[in-house]
Design a protein around this ligand. Structure first.
Ligand code: ADP
Ligand code: MG
Length: 370
């Protein structure tokens, strides 16, 4: 789907190439992290994929097209298959949330009817239903990035490129954004995300390509990679009703706590699974009060379990002669997979997945994938 063949990129006037002999292939549906320090060449790679730039040597093939031979006049059409998100969001400050997402569609001549349908769907998918009329400055950083993501996926691209999308966000918000990208990927969109934040990358257990001074020094598939059964099927949408949202809030809070405390304890996860299942059951019986109560229980149980786990871990650390032991041999996942399974809210139920190209169906719009 994306192939770099011995790609070297030299910028005019630069002593050293920004990319040197970079060679990799990304398959359809993959989630790939492009990691490396500032200046290592991540953005250069993404620009080559978008054909904003061309290699000095080697070949870049994207969606079956050799970008060297792609005619300039075809570039705008080629780019319609690729969504991009950036660190600085790049929203139009004088346009509303809705207008920001609609704008690209208007530019490419989508019908009014399609825009009226696709924009709210995209906003719902990123969790921004109801905020259509806000201006960008009325949103938090995380919400602004969600608008940018909605804009990037509204035209159902096959590839989503994200260049340090969490670079301006706090850790908790960053996790939300990463989960959103993971969910978009789970719908079939190939995602390439550049980041220098190694912490998140390790938690996600996805393929990692590392650049150092323009050279590829690592191409690693983490544990769990390739086994899609273990990948998180992530958060549902508000349409499901307040009760389900309440259940998920509990789940996400647990996840956040795990991420922030660095403590992962199966007991805590189990407690949250049980509690969130209860919340979902309550949601299905449409008893919002019950659901909210279950959410409270979920929070309390997970907080208590986490506190216990923290104490245990601290004790263990003090006992141990060596400082800061690495994660246990088989660490439980740091993402809320069991919880998401328990909640089991299907994007298809929400009726937006297919129309956004996030369903299971194969996308045959563009020919050869490599
Ligand atoms: P990263 O995104 O990993 O921070 P970049 O791809 O932006 O890295 O940059 C890689 C190297 O190429 C850096 O040394 C940078 O200074 C240089 N570079 C990037 N863009 C240009 C450009 N347009 N002109 C000259 N040098 C550039
Ligand atoms: Mg960069």
């Amino acid at each position: 789907m994306i192939r770099f063949e011995n790609v070297t990129k030299r910028y005019r006037g630069a002593a050293k190439p920004a990319l040197h002999d970079v060679d990799f292939e990304v398959q359809r549906g993959e989630f790939v992290f492009l990691v490396g320090a500032s200046g290592s060449g991540k953005s250069s790679c993404l620009r080559l994929i978008l054909r904003e730039d061309t290699p000095s040597d080697g070949r870049v093939v994207v969606l079956g097209r050799d970008l060297r031979t792609l005619a300039n006049r075809k570039v705008p059409y080629f780019r319609r298959h690729i969504g991009s998100v950036f660190q600085d969001f790049r929203l139009l400050p004088t346009k509303t949330v809705f207008q920001n997402v609609a704008f690209t569609l208007q530019v490419i001549g989508s019908s009014r009817g399609f825009i009226q349908q696709a924009v709210p769907e995209a906003l719902a998918l990123v969790g921004l239903a109801g905020k259509e009329k806000r201006m960008p400055h009325e949103l938090s950083g995380g919400e602004q990035q969600r608008v940018a993501i909605a804009r990037a996926i509204v035209n159902r691209p096959q590839i989503l490129l994200a260049d340090e999308p969490t670079g301006n966000l706090d850790p908790a918000t960053s996790i939300d954004i990463m989960q959103l990208l993971a969910r978009i990927n789970a719908g079939g969109t190939t995602v390439v995300m550049a980041t220098h934040e190694a912490g998140f990358v390790d938690q996600m257990q996805r393929r990692v390509i590392e650049l150092r001074h323009g050279e590829m020094v690592r191409d690693e598939t983490h544990g769990g990679y390739g086994d899609r059964s273990g990948l998180p099927s992530l958060a549902p949408e508000p349409e499901r009703g307040a009760a389900a949202v309440a259940a998920l809030t509990a789940v996400l809070e647990l996840h956040r706590e795990i991420v922030e405390t660095g403590v992962v304890d199966p007991v805590a996860v189990d407690a949250a699974v049980v509690a969130s299942s209860e919340a979902v059951e309550a949601a299905e019986s449409a008893e919002e009060a019950e659901a909210l109560d279950a959410q409270r229980v979920a929070r309390e149980e997970s907080a208590a379990a986490l506190a216990a786990a923290t104490v245990e871990q601290e004790a263990a650390e003090q006992d141990a002669a060596v400082p800061a032991p690495p994660p246990p041999p088989e660490p439980p996942r740091t993402n809320p997979i069991p919880i998401a399974d328990a909640v089991e809210i299907d994007l298809e139920d929400l009726g937006v997945a297919d129309r956004l190209g996030l369903g299971d169906q194969a996308d045959d719009e563009v020919g050869p994938t490599s």
